[in-house]
Design a protein around this ligand. Structure first.
Ligand code: HEM
Length: 458
């Protein structure tokens, strides 16, 4: 497929100064709230960054071969960092995302069957239903916060697809607590790095702790109601049954709640952010949006029951891939060296942190042509994918710990976007600037109000 030439479009990113910003500034102002803020121009041309952060040596490998070494070739030497576990433990405990070693392997085996392509494709109609239900509430023409709409829709999807549609997991109160819990996780970064307990010294931390407690209590109740046999043939039912086969009852219960929290959170927030960014980028590029909408209408004409629906949306798929390049919902993830190593000729000591930064890799000038410009053509079938190193594009990570929900997220995003674009037109609000925000995940700051019109009214 060849793409028509389009005007060059460079969507917004945080300002970049000429040289490195002192580490201490990362704990104040916008830099303390937005992880991708404050990188200098140098970061996007170097092949390795080494910094000292509050006594921790932190390496940021920016050569894809070095990234591959950490995530794949020598993955056994790199675990999830202790400070990251300390930050996330109150919410997701020792679930799949934070576990290491044998406990990680056991849990990965238990959940993997739920995410094989056939299992994901069977969910296409439910993805479309969630998208239609959300759109039914929009005015024929008016302003809708599409970040909120995306979050509500992906929360519905995850509650339906993994938790049997449990109504306790779809409430507005729950959404507020999730937001607060994630904000609290960001606030816990400083004490965790200093090895201090997280005490409620500001309102965001206290709201975060309330949010975390609400999530744990709600999910504990949901799991308890499913005992002893899982109470159904859905993700949660299978999880509970298989954990009880392998672990003592108390540990099985704790791990079931940890994984319920892991999948409930990891399974919707990231996809919601991907949807928001894709809608923003399409709203800014009306010709591209018109083309994607035409593709969506044609693909949906045969109905949503066809598991091959995602394959009929190559342009939209390329738009999503390019969106995930420019605004990776997980802009960084970390490892800690279990033993000494060498990374691109540099010494890594036992205990050092290695930070993988999709945000920088995806915009690195040695790896991409015109890196800050949006160009879906990069990802269209037949484009120069062969020239790309597998480890320069990492929206879902890579290696054994690659996102287990990657296929789920892509198919979900495709079906939701196609459903919305087929019937609705999205345009930006004049004069409103969009900025990136978020410490753990990357979202549009203050939501994403867009003007939405039924296509019949266009
Ligand atoms: C656009 C959406 C998504 C993005 C960008 C994303 C990104 C990521 C990334 C970067 C990792 C690797 C982290 C690391 O190596 O440290 C990861 C892991 C994970 N993701 Fe996703 N994710 C998305 C959607 C989902 C969905 C839909 C689910 C579940 C339904 C999910 C569940 C998980 C879990 C459980 C892990 C941990 C896997 C393991 O360690 O074995 N994610 N995700």
């Amino acid at each position: 497929m060849t793409a028509p030439a389009r005007p060059r479009y460079v969507p917004p990113h945080p300002p970049r100064g000429p040289g490195p910003v002192p580490v201490w500034r990362g704990f104040f102002g916008e830099r303390a709230r937005t992880s991708v803020y404050g990188w200098s121009r140098q970061a996007f041309v170097q092949d390795h960054i080494r910094r000292n952060v509050l006594g921790w040596t932190v390496h940021v490998p920016l050569d894809p071969a070095a990234v591959q070494h950490v995530l794949l070739d020598n993955a056994a030497n790199y675990a999830k960092p202790e400070p990251v576990k300390a930050i996330l433990a109150p919410v997701i405990g020792r679930g799949l995302l934070t576990a290491d070693g044998a406990l990680w392997r056991d849990q990965r085996r238990i959940v993997a069957a739920n995410f094989v392509p056939a299992a994901v494709e069977a969910l296409v109609p439910s993805f479309a239903r969630a998208a239609e239900a959300a759109a039914a509430a929009w005015p024929a023409s008016g302003v809708v916060d599409m970040a909120r709409a995306a979050t509500e829709t992906t929360l519905t999807v995850i509650a339906d697809a993994l938790f049997g549609g449990d109504p306790r997991l779809r409430t507005a109160e729950g959404m507020r607590h999730i937001e607060a819990a994630l904000a609290g996780v960001s606030e816990a970064r400083l004490p965790a790095l200093l090895g201090l307990p997280v005490i409620g010294w500001n309102a965001r931390i206290r709201a975060g702790q309330r949010g975390q407690a609400y999530l744990r209590e709600t999910l504990s109740a949901v799991v308890r109601d499913r005992l002893p046999d899982g109470g159904g043939d859905d993700f949660l039912g299978r999880l509970v049954r298989m954990l009880r086969e392998r672990f003592a009852p108390d540990e099985a219960f704790a791990l079931a709640v940890d994984n319920a929290a892991t999948f409930y959170l990891a399974g919707h927030e990231t996809t919601a952010n991907a949807l928001s960014w894709a809608l923003f980028l399409l709203a800014e590029q009306p010709d591209l949006q018109a083309e994607a909408a035409a593709e969506a209408r044609a693909a949906l004409a045969a109905g949503t029951d066809d598991p091959a629906l995602p394959d009929r949306l190559p342009l939209l798929r390329a738009v999503i891939d390019e969106t995930l390049r420019l605004y990776p919902p997980a802009p960084r993830f970390d490892r800690q060296a279990l033993g000494p190593d060498r990374l691109g000729g540099r010494e890594v000591a036992k205990g050092d942190i290695v930070s993988i930064w999709p945000w920088i890799l995806h915009r690195h000038s040695a790896l991409w042509d015109d890196p800050d410009a949006f160009d879906a053509h990069r990802f269209l079938p037949g484009a120069a994918a062969a020239e790309r190193h597998r480890f320069q594009y990492l929206p879902f990570g890579a290696g054994p710990r690659v996102c287990v929900g990657a296929r789920f997220a892509i198919v979900e995003a495709l079906v939701i976007l196609a459903t919305w674009l087929a019937r609705h037109h999205f345009s930006p609000l004049p004069g409103r600037e969009v900025q990136v925000s978020g410490m753990v995940t990357l979202r549009p700051k203050g939501g994403l109000p867009l003007r939405v019109r039924n296509r019949e009214n266009c």
